[in-house]
Design a protein around this ligand. Structure first.
Ligand SMILES: [Zn+2]
Length: 272
C-alpha cells in the first residue's frame, strides 16, 4: 500500500485506486494524527467505544483535511456483521458525522452522488473497496468472517449492478488493512461455515489446521475469492500487505489489544 503523511496524519491508499484519483477519493486511516487518548489514541473514529463526540469529530476534520475532502460530506455505516448494503443518496449527506443516522444494520454502502464520502470502521475486519470508473459509482463494505461467509462483497457488486448498471469487469477492487492469516486463529465451527461457502479445491488457500485443533484463517484470500466470484478481474484486485495485528503501533487491532482499542476507518467517494 502507499503510505502518506500530512500534518501528522498517517494514512494509506491503494495504487490501483490512485490511478483513478481524478474520479475517486479514497483512504484508509492509521492511529496517528488524531486527538483521542488512552486505548483510543489517537485517531479513533468511533463514538461507541468511550470517546467523546468532540474528539471523534475533530479526528474526522483532521483526517478529511489531510486527505482532501469535506467532513460534512461523510456518510457513515452502522455495522452489525450483516451483509446489508445501503444505497446512499444526497439525503444521507452528513449522517453519522453531524446528523443522526436513521438506519441500522448497514455493513455496506454504495453511492454515485459526487462529493459524498462513504465511511466504514475496522479493527481487524476486512475493508472492501469497489470503484466503477465507467459509471462513476463506489461501494465500501465491512467484511468480518460473518460478512465474508455471507458474501457482502457479492451483495455490494449486485447492488451496484442493479442501481448503477455496473459491469463487474470494469470494477477496481481493493482489500484493505485487516488481520492476516498468521494472526487469525479461529475454531472449527468458523471453518465449517467457510467449508459450506467455498469449493473444497480452495480450502488449502483459505486455512491451515494446527496441532492444537485450531485453524489459521486467511480472510484476505476469502474476500479476494468473493470478488472474483462477483465478476471482478484478477488484475483489478489489490490486496493489502498491512496487518492490523502485526502493527499495533500504527493500527488498531481488536485481537492484539484484547478489545482495548479505537476504530480505524475506510473512506471512499466520487469526486465533485
Ligand atoms: Zn498479522
Amino acid at each position: 500500500m502507499q503510505e502518506h503523511e500530512k500534518n501528522g496524519v498517517l494514512y494509506f491508499t491503494f495504487s490501483n485506486l490512485d490511478q483513478v484519483s481524478d474520479i475517486f477519493v479514497h483512504a484508509f486511516s492509521s492511529r496517528l494524527g488524531g486527538v483521542s487518548t488512552g486505548d483510543l489514541a489517537t485517531m479513533n473514529f468511533s463514538v461507541n467505544r468511550g470517546d467523546t463526540k468532540e474528539n471523534v469529530k475533530e479526528n474526522y476534520r483532521r483526517f478529511a483535511a489531510a486527505v482532501g475532502f469535506r467532513a460534512e460530506n461523510l456518510v457513515c455505516s452502522d455495522q452489525t456483521h450483516t451483509n446489508y448494503v445501503r444505497v446512499v443518496t444526497e439525503a444521507d449527506r452528513g449522517k453519522g458525522f453531524d446528523r443522526e443516522k436513521d438506519y441500522h444494520d448497514v455493513d455496506g454502502l454504495v453511492t454515485n452522488v459526487p462529493g459524498l464520502v462513504l465511511v466504514t470502521y475496522y479493527a481487524d475486519c476486512v475493508p472492501l473497496f469497489f470503484a466503477d470508473p465507467v459509471h462513476r459509482a463506489v461501494g465500501l463494505s465491512h467484511s468480518g468472517w460473518r460478512g465474508t461467509v455471507s458474501d457482502i462483497a457479492g451483495e455490494t457488486v449486485k447492488v451496484m449492478q442493479e442501481r448503477y448498471g455496473t459491469n463487474p469487469a470494469d470494477l477496481l477492487g481493493a482489500i484493505g488493512p485487516s488481520i492476516c492469516q498468521g494472526c487469525y486463529e479461529v475454531s472449527e465451527d468458523v471453518i465449517r461455515e467457510f467449508q459450506k461457502q467455498y469449493e473444497p479445491s480452495l480450502y488449502p488457500l483459505l486455512y491451515t489446521k494446527k496441532p492444537n485443533g485450531k485453524y489459521q484463517l486467511n480472510l484476505w484470500e476469502a474476500c479476494r475469492q468473493n470478488m472474483l466470484r462477483a465478476g471482478l478481474l484478477p488484475g483489478h484486485i489489490q490486496v493489502t500487505d498491512l496487518c492490523t495485528g502485526c502493527n499495533p503501533e500504527i493500527l488498531f487491532s481488536h485481537r492484539a489489544s484484547k478489545g482495548h482499542r479505537g476504530n480505524l476507518a475506510g473512506f471512499l467517494g466520487v469526486r465533485e
